[in-house]
Design a protein around this ligand. Structure first.
Ligand SMILES: [Zn+2]
Length: 372
């Protein structure tokens, strides 16, 4: 028994000596602060939404101003109004045998001030594929210049093809003035089968759109919307008239959709995690997202992100949402990068607020959301 106890004591001493040897190294290692390893990723859609939708209206008919826009404003949504620039001064469009009342330039400016986009739908609404090339070009240029003059602060402008019709020649001409152009499909199944619901359209100068016509039901809309969410893509709606059964017939656009159906579509969009934004805003986001490179470097608790973008920030004037993920930590962050930003530095030390500095100095244009 005593022998055993002695043996035990010896073992304890040996263990203590070994431990001591291990904790006293020959050379002190330099004291290094913890390095947060982060991964920066540009999110597919603003604020990490699951999908994107752009609601667009063609022909600048008065029902857009009277009915369509107020429904959007009430829900905090913005849309695109493609206008026939040469006819708005007169306020009337002779669409075949039908006479349609149009909204005015001052009303268009009002819409833009409320966050909506004003895009071009030509000067006088011809089918550009049937015009002589120089006449088609004139339609593109005149409408571009008029919108620039009336609403100067929109960045890159967008266009919608009359009758949803374009070809290689007209698209090439449009690319000299517009950053993107919208085409269309008359019915939902064709839209779905045309592979239109992707994170990046095949052709930015003929972005396919779903033409919701009065004969389409809410079920077909839901079918399209579910497909959209499944793909995480960009869905574009091409609408014309909106009818509440009360506004004068002359104020209505082509094939008007009943306002209740329109409201149900907007309410659906608001309930889902879908980024609803003008056509141009989403087109600009896609171009910036797909051409911007981020380089992350960490130094202690300081994280720097260099933003390398080939695009002109005055034309592609939308912010990008960037997610930062920290290795081995549940701490995540979302940053909104203004288009002018070239470098962002974040101090994420301790538990205090994140300190952000940016170059160029654009602190107001950058927001940080901590997702713990
Ligand atoms: Zn049209």
């Amino acid at each position: 028994m005593r022998h055993l106890r002695f043996h035990h004591r010896l073992l304890l001493i040996a263990a203590a000596v070994l431990t001591a040897c291990r904790t006293i190294p020959d050379v002190e290692p330099p004291v290094e602060p913890p390095r947060p390893v982060v991964h920066a990723e540009i999110l597919r859609w603003k604020n990490g939404a699951e999908a994107a939708v752009s609601i667009t209206f063609d022909d600048s008919t008065l029902d857009h101003y009277l009915l369509a826009a107020p429904e959007l404003d009430r829900r905090g949504m913005a849309a695109t109004f493609f206008v026939i620039t040469g006819l708005m001064d007169g306020g009337v469009w002779h669409d075949g045998p039908v006479e349609r009342q149009l909204f005015s330039w001052s009303q268009a400016r009002e819409l833009a001030e409320r966050g909506h986009e004003i895009g071009s739908h030509t000067h006088s609404h011809p089918d550009l594929t049937r015009l002589e090339p120089f006449l088609a070009e004139r339609q593109l240029v005149r409408s571009y210049q008029r919108i620039r003059r009336e609403i100067p602060n929109q960045g890159g402008l967008t266009f919608a093809w009359p009758y949803w019709r374009s070809n290689d020649r007209t698209q090439l001409a449009a690319s000299r003035y517009y950053i993107a152009a919208r085409g269309g499909q008359a019915t939902t199944p064709r839209y779905l089968h045309a592979g239109s619901i992707e994170a990046r359209p095949d052709n930015m100068l003929d972005v396919n759109a779903l033409g919701m016509l009065p004969r389409e039901t809410l079920e077909t809309w839901h079918e399209a919307a579910e497909d959209l969410l499944q793909h995480g893509g960009w869905g574009v709606l091409s609408l014309h008239g909106i009818d509440d059964g009360r506004i004068p017939h002359g104020a209505l656009g082509w094939e008007p959709l009943h306002i209740e159906v329109y409201r149900r579509i907007l309410d659906y969009l608001r309930a889902e995690d879908i980024w609803v934004a003008p056509f141009g805003s989403v087109a600009k986001y896609i171009e910036r997202r797909d051409t911007t490179r981020l380089t992350v470097s960490t130094n202690g608790a300081e994280i720097s992100i260099d933003v390398d973008s080939p695009l002109d920030p005055r034309i592609y004037d939308v912010p990008l949402t960037v997610a930062l993920r920290f290795d081995g930590s549940p701490r995540n962050m979302q940053l909104e990068l203004a288009p002018e930003l070239r470098r962002v530095t974040l101090d994420v030390s301790a538990a205090g607020p994140v300190v952000v500095s940016t170059e160029p100095k654009q602190s107001a244009a950058l927001t940080v959301a901590l997702r713990e």
